[in-house]
Each structure stands twice: as C-alpha cells, then as structure tokens.
Design a protein around this ligand. Structure first.
Ligand SMILES: Cc1cc2nc3c(=O)[nH]c(=O)nc-3n(C[C@H](O)[C@H](O)[C@H](O)COP(=O)(O)OP(=O)(O)OC[C@H]3O[C@@H](n4cnc5c(N)ncnc54)[C@H](O)[C@@H]3O)c2cc1C
Length: 420
C-alpha cells in the first residue's frame, strides 16, 4: 500500500513514521515551503502523547523541550487552588514536555526524512479524486469521493502547483482548516470560536518565583495568565483574553504590538503574580489570535480518504492535548491499516475507537475555557468554590483516562468494520 499524507505539521510526519513501522509506504505533502518554520507559539506534550512517540522510538529528550512536571492553578489574588501532576511513575519519571511548535514540527519532519520518508514542500492540496476499482461502478471525478467500501483502486491528489500524486489511500493531516475535510464533506461546520483570544511570548532577563518547568496559571479578574520558568532569566508565558465575538482579520491586525501590549497591561493590572513584569520583559509579544475548536466533524472518512489530528477533531489549547491526540491518531491509524489492509475498513475502525475519546476531551476543554471568562458578578464564587472543586475533580479524572492512555502496538486489532 502507498499512502498520500497531506500536511507536515505534527500528525503528518508521525503518521508516516507509524505507517513505515506497519510496512506501508507514505509520502508527506506540505503546503508551505520548508522555510516557513518560524518562531511562534509553544505547546505542552502530555505523557499520553510522549508514550505514543515512544512506540516509534522517539524519545522525549530529543524534542528540544523542557520538563513540565506540574501545573499550579491560582485565583486572581494569588491563592493556590490546586496543583496537578503532569507525569506518571511507571514511565521512568517521564513528565510532560513544553516545546515550541516549530521545533516539534522540524524535529518530527527531520526524523521522518532520516528514516527515508519523502517530505515534499510547496504542495497545497486542492482536490482529491477516487479511482474506481474494477466492478465498483463509482465514477471518479475531482472532489467526488466514491461510497465507502466501493472497492476503490486508489486516489489521485491534485496540488495548487498543478502537479498530482497517486496512492492507494489519502490521509488528511492538514490541520484545523483542512482542505481534505472540505473535500470529504463540503457541508462540514467551520471551526467554532471558543470566546477567547490567545497570546503569549518568551520573556528574558527576568526572574520569577516557582520551581523550574511548573506552569503557574492564574484565573485573573479580567483574563487568564500562565507562565513557566524554563531556566534562569527565561520564562515562557501565554494569556487568554475573553472576547465575546470572534475577531475578524482586520480587527486582529488593528492590534499593533504597542496597542496590544498596553491592553494586556490594563487587563492584568489588578492581579497577583508577575504578569506585568513578564510582558514588559518580552521583546515580541505573539498574537492575539482567535482560539478555535471543532466539536464534531460529521465525516471522518469515505472510501480510501480519511482524516487525522486537528483535521478531524481540533481541540482548544486549554486542554493541553491537541498535539498528544494528534500523535495518538497517527500511531493508531497505522495500526489499523497494518491489520485491515482495506483502507475504508481501517478508517472505520479508527473512527469507532477514537471519536468518543476526542469528543469527550473537546467538551471538557470547552468547559475549562468557559471558566477563563470571568463574570464580575460570580467571580468570587468561581475563585472560592467552583475552581477548587473543578480543579480537584479534573486532577483525579484526567489522569486516569487522558494522560494514562497507552497504545498497544503489538496486539493485532480485530479486522471487523464498524457499521455506519
Ligand atoms: C497557540 C496554540 C497552543 C497550543 N497548545 C497546545 C498544547 O499545549 N498542547 C497540545 O497538545 N496541543 C496544543 N495545541 C494544539 C496543537 O498545536 C495541534 O493540535 C496540533 O498542531 C495538531 O497537529 P496537526 O498536524 O493535526 O495540525 P497542524 O499542526 O496544524 O499541521 C497541519 C499542517 O498541514 C499543512 N496544510 C494545511 N493545509 C494544507 C493543504 N491544503 N495542503 C497541504 N498541506 C496543508 C499546514 O501547513 C501544516 O503544516 C496548541 C495550538 C495552538 C494554536
């Protein structure tokens, strides 16, 4: 089998490496040029994502991040509400890793290339057509995908530069605004705005309290602020700013760096903690941008075309799980393709396993995001009663089913397609 993978973010290279382990060839097609890997935001990889990478013999120490052993949640006055661990003892002390997204992309792509997987740049998918199999009766046409199980003979992907690629299946790992998703289901609802703007940066030359790597997160009077001490004088932070309506591109552009910095200073002026100091010590504040998720994508696959990662289930960054779920996806889909051989069956089995887990997490992340939107009338109740209760409950439940999730690569999956 030969797979066309669309997107060389996190899910694309991981899926390609997992397919290689399963004995399936893949080529990764990325819309942007290689030089587009710039500075930008960072993310935290949780123990479940790190464990999925270990299935591919990728060690967390090779990702360029730093240990993030815990989160500490605080109210706007500085009171500690809860402390949540971010590791697991039976993984030889492995804890969550905080890493720049661009470092993670680059390292995963480089590792895929080192393993002999082709990654092609400047290949923006515009369309995909199923090649009908003998006796399927399905006509292949650009953008028209045959019925599942129609015995497709393959897929032809068309790119914006006029080139095409052929394979037995196509995996859309093309992120939150996936073109593959639109090809599968033009009526799919667009990503949802979660009510928060996102922003952040890297402060230097400033010293803050707190153990190295631990994220201190403050539910402030007007907005949410989080920071972690990466090392002496090196502090990474982000903030979530409530905004009722999704900002248009023009509205975002109107926040010049100076105006945005002044707005952040206003928002955090009355909260405990070092937010103002950190913002002042940040040469370039990143953002703002809208925080989006995708609560339910109705169609994950048709015939030999399927979705993985954010293309199938974008989740708010509040969860700290988007990248980890994406990595799990890549490894699990490869396991199903190894065992089922018919891509349509493998995609169906993958969806049956994954949909419940990811949609439950997306809903949980949205509830947490809602707590970041302070209401002046109920804020005291939120800080004194709701947040401590919610945080403690989250600390107990999340570890069981989210971060303790492990993939058993070696056990064959049952080759039974799921009814749709
Ligand atoms: C600010 C921020 C903070 C986050 N924090 C966390 C966190 O702490 N923990 C966590 O686990 N997750 C976090 N996430 C989420 C995480 O980054 C995503 O879940 C993850 O990147 C999804 O990986 P992906 O490969 O599916 O999509 P992406 O990383 O978006 O990659 C998609 C790739 O596809 C390419 N592409 C798009 N369209 C096409 C096309 N038509 N043709 C070819 N290529 C195409 C894109 O250029 C890109 O390279 C955060 C996200 C953001 C934005």
């Amino acid at each position: 089998m030969r797979a066309i993978i669309v997107g060389a973010g996190i899910t694309g290279p991981v899926t390609a490496m997992a397919l290689q382990k399963a004995g399936i060839e893949a080529t990764v097609h990325e819309a942007y040029d290689r030089t587009a890997d710039g500075v930008g935001a960072y993310l935290t990889l949780a123990p479940n994502g790190l464990a999925a990478l270990r299935v591919l013999d990728i060690d967390h120490r090779d990702l360029g991040g730093f240990d993030t052993p815990a989160l500490e949640l605080r109210g706007s006055g500085g009171r500690v509400l809860a402390r949540l661990g971010m590791g697991r003892d039976d993984d030889a002390g492995t804890v969550s890793q905080t890493v720049r997204r661009s470092d993670l992309y680059t390292r995963l792509r480089d590792e895929a290339v080192r393993r002999g997987i082709p990654v092609e740049y400047g290949k923006r998918l515009v369309d995909a057509a199923v090649v009908p199999g003998a006796g399927s009766g399905a006509a292949g046409a650009a953008g028209v995908v045959g019925p599942p199980g129609a015995g497709a003979a393959g897929v032809v992907a068309s790119f914006a530069d006029g080139t095409t690629a052929e394979g037995d299946l196509l995996i859309g790992a093309d992120g939150l605004h996936s073109r593959t998703r639109a090809i599968l289901d033009p009526a799919c609802p667009p990503p949802r705005y979660t009510g928060l703007l996102n922003t952040g940066g890297y402060a230097s030359g400033v010293t803050v309290d707190g153990p190295r790597g631990v994220f201190t997160m403050t539910f402030g009077k007007r907005a949410f602020f989080a920071y972690a001490n990466r090392g002496p004088g090196d502090v990474w932070w982000f903030a979530n700013v409530p905004r009722a309506r999704e900002a248009s591109a023009d509205e975002l552009a109107a926040w010049t760096p100076e105006r945005w910095r002044a707005e952040l200073e206003r928002l955090f002026a009355d909260d405990a903690g070092p937010a103002l100091e950190l913002i002042a010590a940040t040469p370039q504040v990143i953002g703002p941008w809208n925080t989006l998720d995708l609560p339910r994508v109705p169609v994950w696959h048709r015939g030999p075309i399927g979705l993985v990662g954010d293309a199938a289930h974008g989740i708010s960054p509040t969860s700290g799980q988007g990248a980890s779920l994406a990595i799990e996806d890549g490894v699990l889909l490869a396991r199903f393709l190894r065992d089922h051989r018919d891509p349509a069956e493998a995609f169906a089995a993958f969806e049956a396993l994954r949909r419940g887990r990811v949609e439950r997490l997306i809903a949980q992340a949205k509830r947490t995001s809602n707590q970041k939107i302070p209401n002046p009338l109920t804020r005291v109740l939120r800080d004194r009663v709701i947040l401590p209760l919610v945080s403690r409950a989250a600390a107990r439940s999340t570890r069981d089913w989210v971060t303790d999730y492990r993939i058993d690569w070696n056990t064959p999956t049952t080759p039974t397609p799921t009814p749709r």
